[in-house]
Ligand binder design. Structure first.
Ligand SMILES: [Zn+2]
Length: 200
């Protein structure tokens, strides 16, 4: 259901499986959904009859989770704050720029912090690549280290010269993040990668 919701569920139960809703009073899993009041999903327990709402990750917030979710996801995929305001207003969420900033900051920060703490499962073969680009008008090379199988971007380093001798920071970063050294390293670019790999 989107990045933020997936994340909140994963954070709660440590798996991406659909969330198991339990009755807040008796703990029964025999639950029926009674529609969604804006923002909160309403449920009724078939065992004890209790009505309750579920607002995982949005507890204590006055604004509807749907609005916050839409906001965070739009900002996360790169929509400008100005356009995000427009989208939210079009679905009757009349919040200002500062609120949008705050939501995006809080939840975006939470997601990043969480992702930082994850050790990615990468394979035994990595590859390095170099991309030439301009950063604020200056020519730079971006070196990247990727897992061959998943294309997961393990580490990166920006350098001014293509043949930079010191790509050690990227290797160190890669080892810190994954906790391992690959058995095979394919270098599409400069030969210095292979040599640094040997050194490590
Ligand atoms: Zn119950």
């Amino acid at each position: 259901m989107g990045i933020l919701n997936d994340f909140l569920v994963f954070k709660e139960q440590n798996t991406f499986e659909p969330r198991q809703i339990l009755c807040l009073r008796c703990g029964s899993s025999d639950i029926i959904q009674k529609g969604a009041r804006i923002g909160n999903h309403r449920f009724q327990c078939k065992s004890c009859g209790k009505y309750f709402t579920d607002s995982l990750g949005f507890e204590g917030r006055r604004s509807a989770p749907e609005y916050i979710t839409v906001d965070v996801e739009l900002v996360y995929v790169g929509l400008s704050i100005r356009k995000t305001v427009k989208v939210l207003h079009s679905i009757y969420c009349n919040v200002g720029r500062s609120t949008i900033h705050r939501w995006a900051d809080q939840y975006g920060h939470m997601i990043n912090e969480y992702l930082d703490g994850i050790t990615p499962l990468v394979g035994e073969e990595w590859r390095t690549d170099e991309i030439y680009m301009k950063i604020r008008g200056k020519r730079k090379y971006l070196f990247a280290m990727l897992d061959s199988e998943t294309r997961y971007w393990i580490a990166k380093q920006v350098a001014i010269h293509k043949g930079t001798d010191d790509v050690r920071p990227m290797f160190k970063q890669a080892r810190d993040i994954t906790g391992k050294i690959p058995s095979k390293l394919i270098s599409d670019g400069a030969s210095n990668f292979a040599e640094t790999h040997k050194d490590e």
